[in-house]
Design a protein around this ligand. Structure first.
Ligand SMILES: *[C@@H]1O[C@H](CO)[C@@H](O)[C@H](O)[C@H]1NC(C)=O
Ligand SMILES: *[C@@H]1O[C@H](CO)[C@@H](O)[C@H](O)[C@H]1NC(C)=O
Length: 436
């Protein structure tokens, strides 16, 4: 390890130099870089990347049990698996977009206490294990989904399938906290654990670094919190959460629930009302709503007759016309909002601040019109109150605080935290440090 670290550091230095310097110093640093490359076989801790919500692909297969609302939706895809949510979904025409919103839906099964697909729709997440298996679904934002971080890791010597891995998930479900069951996540967590065990074994028993961005940061956090303590000690070297949408919640999801998930699922041909209808059936739709323990009694949604705080979310779900969501909200989401257990592994928590972030919504007439938004501090998505609560309630717990580091970037947006050069270099530095 000792011999490889200077090599890693010089490779990192090379990576961080401005482009002009890079060329000039390349010769100078070439020997150090070779040293880094030589060291790789013996050196790196494997890393697992978990990207944000709009990154994983989803495939579907329709069976005879499928009873579509739109008759056309049962035949167009033909037999077998097809891409339901992919980097081409944004191109769908109106007719296919209708099928997309229908087939993406989930139903809440009150007996199971869990969400599942519509009858006759089977789904799977392709590309598990590979860090290259996910890509941006928004054509104007190809840099989303940790692609830049992946390239930086590769320049450091990381290789997909050897030391570098990815763990895409089904973006419709939300990870449970310990004690809750989830059909999707119990299988997913087992897969991630096996991926890490194999990666560790292939790399001389070195424990893994797990890094998640945005919703992927929440998935990474819950994966660790759901693992047995002893397993974490053996297999997790470091957890890095970049702008995690953890269960302390934030105000934005209230707006998504009321008005539809504008930026998250980009399908221009699907009418906003149809997307909203779909969104309200998903577990992710009731996830990340603002927690009373974080937001207290401050009014988050203001209407003519009533103000709603984080304590009143169930009433708000009814008011916006989604009484069906109350039960899953109470049974699955509410218990998460009070769960502040620390992951008890070395943890770096990275966030952006100083960007106007929705803090309060004012609906003057009804919920059909876009609200007037009052902005506060945050990363444009997560409110600073939620970040501070994470630091205080999770990061500062005894046993965690000695190995907790919070890094805030002024002026870097939620999705740019994994692409901005400044943030990326600090993330890379944390990864090099974890390899020390
Ligand atoms: C879309 O995804 C496919 C398969 O995952 C990939 O080969 C292709 O390069 C991606 N296209 C774009 C524009 O990102
Ligand atoms: C709702 O909150 C606003 C802003 O805090 C306040 O001015 C208003 O009086 C409140 N309305 C009700 C009905 O409580």
């Amino acid at each position: 390890m000792g011999a490889t670290l200077p090599g890693l550091l010089s490779a990192l230095l090379l990576l961080l130099l401005p482009a002009s310097l890079r060329v000039r110093d390349q010769l100078l640093l070439a020997s150090h870089r070779r040293e880094a490359e030589d060291g790789i076989g013996g050196g790196l801790h494997p890393i697992v990347l978990i990207p944000g919500l709009s990154c994983p692909d989803l495939e579907a297969r329709l069976t005879d049990a499928y009873r579509p609302l739109k008759p056309g939706c049962s035949r167009v895809e033909g037999e077998g698996w097809f891409g339901l949510w992919t980097n081409r979904t944004w191109e769908l025409d109106v007719e296919r977009a209708e099928c997309f919103v229908e087939q993406m839906r989930l139903v809440y099964d009150p007996v199971l206490g869990d969400f599942r697909n519509l009858p006759g729709v089977e789904t799977r997440v392709p590309g598990f294990g590979s860090a290259a298996g996910t890509g941006s679904k928004i054509p104007t934002k190809p840099e989303f989904c940790l692609g830049e971080l992946r390239s930086a890791l590769e320049r450091l010597g990381y290789r997909d399938g050897e030391t570098l891995f990815g763990a895409p998930y089904d973006p419709r479900y939300a990870p449970p906290v310990p004690g809750q069951t989830s059909v999707f996540y119990s299988r997913y967590f087992r897969q991630v654990a096996r991926l890490i065990e194999d990666a560790s074994e292939r790399n001389n028993g070195r424990p893994a670094i797990v890094l998640g961005h945005s919703f992927g940061g929440a998935v990474a956090l819950e994966f660790v919190r759901n693992s047995p303590l002893q397993w974490r000690d053996s297999f997790i070297r470091h957890l890095i959460t970049v702008a995690p949408t953890w269960s302390g919640g934030y105000v934005n999801p209230l707006m998504a629930f009321a008005s539809g998930p504008a930026g998250l699922f980009f399908v221009p041909a699907a009418p906003q009302l149809a997307m909203r209808w779909m969104w309200r059936t998903l577990e992710i739709g009731v996830a990340n709503l603002p927690s009373p323990a974080v937001f207290g009694r401050r009014p988050l949604v203001i209407t003519r007759n009533r103000n709603y705080s984080a304590y009143d979310i169930a009433d708000l779900l009814v008011a916006v016309g989604s009484a069906d969501a109350v039960r899953p909200f109470r049974e699955r989401e509410l218990p998460k909002m009070e769960f502040f257990e620390a992951p008890m592994v070395p943890l770096t928590y990275i966030s952006g601040v100083g960007i106007p972030t929705p803090e309060q919504m004012i609906y003057r007439d009804d919920f059909e019109r876009q609200p007037e938004v009052v902005y506060g501090d945050g990363d444009d998505t997560i409110n600073v109150a939620s970040m501070l609560a994470f630091e205080e309630k999770v990061g500062m717990q005894p046993g965690q605080k000695e190995r907790f580091k919070s890094i805030k970037f002024a002026g870097i947006r939620h999705s740019s935290l994994a692409t901005d050069e400044r943030a990326l270099s600090v993330i890379m530095n944390e990864i090099v440090e974890a390899n020390r």
